[in-house]
Each structure stands twice: as C-alpha cells, then as structure tokens.
Design a protein around this ligand. Structure first.
Ligand SMILES: [Fe+2]
Length: 529
C-alpha cells in the first residue's frame, strides 16, 4: 500500500511538472537522438474554451508502440501555436517535458488565445518536428455565434473494420468532435475479424498503452485528431465490457484487483487524450486505489450552444437482475426485477448529478441549444413487440430512477432546447426525449440522436421495424450502417446528418448520407430534412 502511495505521489509531482511551462536554456534540453520519427502517433487538441486549448502528443519509437525504448528520463518537447499553417505568425510557444512514467505524453494547456479563431500548432523534439495540427477556440460565452458543426462518434472496435469514417468526417470539417466512448476495446479478437489487434486482452497499463498506440497509428484517426479539437468521454471498453463503477464487468480473465485495473486504464486514457493535466493530477491526489478521474464537464460555444459531456460509467451502481446474478448486462423483464425502480440507484453518481442539475439551473437565459454528449441511448427501448416489456439493464433503461431525475431536472429548469447525443448501441436512433416514456402522449422535452459506431457491429435484430414501432418516441432507427453524425446549429435551427460508410471492411469505402433531420429552436419536434 505504501509503495502504491509513493508511486502515486511521484506520478502526481511529475504530472504537475509536465503541465508547467518549462523555460530551460537550450543546453539543458533533454533530447535523445531518435532512431525513428518520435511523432509517429500524431498530434491532437482538446477541451477548447474561448481562450484556451490543450495540445497533445506522445513520443514513441516507431515499431514498438507501447514501450519505453526512449529511456527512463524526461524528454524536452517544444511547442508552437500560430495563426498560419507556415508558422510565420507564432502567437505562443514554450517547452514541456515528456516523462517516461506518463508514456512520454505531452499535455500543454495554452491559455490567453483569442476567441472564436482557428490556430495551427506543432511540437519539436531534437531534430524532429511533428505533423501540424489545426485547432480552434470557441466564441466568448456572451458573444453571438451563427453556426457550429459538431461531429459525434463512438465505438471503434479494431477487429470489426477500418477507421475510414474518420477520413470522411475530416472532409466534413466539423468545429469539434464529441467522442462518446469505446475508443479502444479490451478484447483480443472477434469472430470473422477484419484484422486482429496486437497485444491480446488489455489488462495492465502497458497493455492499454499498446492498444491506444495501435489505434493512433491509423492515419485516418490521426488526421481527424489533427483537424479540430475533441471533447472525449469513455464508456466501458476502455476498461472492461459492462463494468459499473468499481464492480467488474465480464469478458477476459478476472483480475484480483479491479480498482487497480481501472486506475491503470484511466491513466492510459489520460496519456492518449487531449485532456488537461489537472484531470490526472486531481485523480492522483485522491489516495484510494482506483481514484476518481473527473472527465465530465461543460463548455459554452458563445450564446449559440452549451456543450455538456457526461460520464455514465465511472460512478454508476452495478446493473440489476442480470441473468444468473452474474456481472454485466442482460435483457430484463422489469416486472420480475424488484430493484428495477429503486430510487437510490444512480447512473451518474450523486456529485455529477448535482453538478448537472446546477448547470441546467444556471443555463436559464443562456445559450440557445443545450447539447448533452453522453454514452448511450437515453429513450426507453422495449425489445419485446406486443404486450410485456423487455429492457436492457446496462443503458438508461436499467437506471430508471436516474433517468427520471434527469427528466425532472430538464423540466424544472425549463432547459432550452435540450439535444442528447449518444453512442454505445452501434445503431442510429433518432427520437424525442419524453416527459414520461410510458405515456406516448406526454410532452416532448427535447431531442435525441444516438449514433452508430465507427466500426463496431450491432447484434442482429430479427424484426427491427417492429422494434422501432414498439417505441414510438423514436422516429428513425437503422441497425446495419457504420459512421458518425453531424449536427449543424444555428440560432434558429439544428440539422442532423447521419453519415454512413458503404463497407467498413474496406479502407477505400465511400460515405453517404443515410438521413437528415431538422429541429426548430423552441420546438422539440424532429422533422425529416
Ligand atoms: Fe461499443
């Protein structure tokens, strides 16, 4: 225990130090001679505000993605952010330190930028120069804004296909990407796999690093990270299928200390994502094993929209009435499950729930659109056509009281134009957020677009049309196509475009529009567009 605490304290010091801007004279730079391109995993930016953004990279030796052949010490990395792609007008520059204990990742928080503007950035280490990334700040919170294009995506299982969707998303030029979970999968293979990941089942910190590095070695994904800032959250597969809080899920070998596995997975997520260093340092400051890593939050995009990002995995109670009382999820008849509607059960955890309720309270008179990025399908989905109900206990359906409290919060604060974006189900679902899902005539409070996956397969449904008809608060659903969604916001309307690729098993697959929907501000009504 002491050893763990000491390690954590050391890591905390390191993480704090790497977040600080260094000013070392050239002679003091720690710069090994690289035998290959240290920037082979590319660059990324994230957590944009009206005046700040996080710039990310991770140094590696090509060919050995998870490893530490770069040595045990820290490496000095320089960075520049400029108005132009040629870096003739550099607006800020500095130095950071890439520590081996944090997989030689770099998380620079650049502050004092101008609002509502695109920038270019790059890193340098030794003689090596990174690819150029493009990022942007958001409009000031009280400033008008006429348009915003959000791309939402989730679920990129390596075995199920190629990451071509990212190439098409880049052509669609979003202002920001909301990534809604399952960036990696912990699995080692799949039946009829298109390709098999190196590294087997992901259990340890090094396993996780290898898997993230494998993903980031994909040019299409790298290019999308370099194209605009991202806001990222996770779901279960960044740790283990169907895990819930500190309760393990299922799949793969069981580990003796699940909290330690989760903490390692969270650290690796931090190391590979454009997150503020405070996300990690706050987690490390907690002393219990598997300490909280807060990744939920909100950010305004001028007066046009406020973007909220939730974490419905880290703080949730375990699923109830899973078959044979096992860990993980299953389909459940709620009438045969005493604990189904237990008012104590939580999906977001009490602290996050209170934070969200306060944020909704403060949103009054604020932005036109309130966009909530979260992991999964929000609306009720009855899998059993006809009489009787069958619900899935891992999504919002399995946390009925928690969903009820969120609906109450939307109503109590009369939240303007709520738009829920989700993932997880590997299918496109489009619907109205209802005051009461059991009463089809109850008020629509907002709209929901739950995305398909970048690659991950959906389970085949025998009669998908009947499933949609059974749940009339949804106006559209499709369960075979892979891709992403685009939401274009203006002060008067949103337009959502479902973009899907032809064949996820081909790198050169094309993209097309599956469907398009419009919602007028002030009216929670989805129309085909
Ligand atoms: Fe998934």
């Amino acid at each position: 225990m002491n050893a763990t605490r000491n390690t954590r304290r050391d890591l905390l010091k390191l993480a704090s130090a790497t977040a600080t801007n260094l000013w070392l004279p050239r002679g003091a730079w720690s710069q090994p001679r690289f035998t290959s391109n240290p920037f082979a995993l590319g660059v990324a930016s994230g957590m944009p505000t009206h005046e700040a953004v996080v710039l990310w990279t991770r140094l590696v030796q090509a060919g050995v993605p998870g490893d530490s052949t770069l040595g045990a010490g820290a490496i000095t990395v320089r960075w520049e952010i400029a108005d132009d792609e040629n870096f003739s007008k550099i607006v800020q520059s500095g130095q950071s330190s890439a520590a081996s204990e944090l997989a030689h990742s770099v998380h620079v928080e650049v502050k004092g930028l101008a609002p509502d503007r695109w920038y270019f950035y790059r890193f340098m280490a030794g003689d090596a120069v990174s690819p150029v990334g493009r990022t942007r700040t958001f409009p000031a919170p009280d400033a008008p804004a006429n348009r915003l294009r959000v791309a939402y995506a989730s679920c990129q299982r390596w075995e199920h296909g190629y990451f071509s969707a990212w190439r098409h998303m880049r052509d669609d030029q979003p202002d920001v990407v909301l990534f809604l979970g399952d960036y990696i999968y912990e699995y080692a293979g799949a039946s009829s796999a298109v390709r098999v990941p190196t590294g087997g089942v992901v259990l340890t910190l090094d396993d996780c690093r290898t898997r993230y590095a494998l993903h980031r070695s994909e040019p299409e994904l790298q290019a999308m990270h370099a194209a605009c800032p991202w806001l990222v959250t996770w779901d279960d597969h960044e740790v283990q299928n169907d895990y819930a809080g500190l309760t393990p899920g299922n799949g793969g070998p069981a580990v003796a200390d699940f909290a330690a596995r989760r903490a390692a997975a969270y650290q690796a997520f931090y190391e590979h994502m454009p997150l503020r260093a405070s996300v990690l340092t706050r987690a490390l400051a907690g002393l219990s094993s598997g300490a909280e890593m807060r990744i939920y939050g909100q950010v305004p995009f001028g007066r046009l929209a406020t973007l909220y990002l939730l974490d419905d995995r880290q703080y949730r109670d375990r699923q109830v009435c899973t078959r044979n009382d096992r860990f993980g999820s299953s389909l459940v008849n709620p009438e045969r499950c005493d604990s189904w509607s237990d008012p104590q059960r939580t999906l977001l955890g009490a602290t996050q729930e209170q934070w969200l309720d306060r944020a909704f309270a403060q949103a009054a008179g604020g932005a036109t659109w309130n966009v909530v990025g979260q992991q999964t399908l929000f609306g009720r989905r009855d899998f059993r056509p006809g009489p009787g109900v069958t619900l899935w206990n891992d999504g919002w359906d399995g946390y009925e009281a928690a969903r009820g409290r969120l609906i109450t919060s939307l109503q109590r604060h009369r939240l303007a134009n709520p738009v829920l974006l989700g993932g997880d189900v590997h299918e496109n679902w489009v619907g109205h957020v209802k005051a009461d899902y059991e009463r089809p005539d109850s008020a629509a409070l907002g709209v929901e677009f739950c995305g398909t996956s970048i690659t991950s397969r959906a389970s085949p449904a025998e009669n998908f049309a009947a499933l949609l008809a059974e749940n009339p608060h949804f106006v559209f659903a499709e369960n075979t196509r892979k891709g992403y969604g685009l939401v274009d916001f203006t002060p008067t309307q949103l337009t959502t475009t479902l973009r899907v690729v032809d064949d996820v098993t081909r790198r050169d697959t094309r993209v097309e529009t599956l469907a398009r929907f419009a919602v007028q501000a002030g009216r929670a009504v989805i129309e085909r567009a």
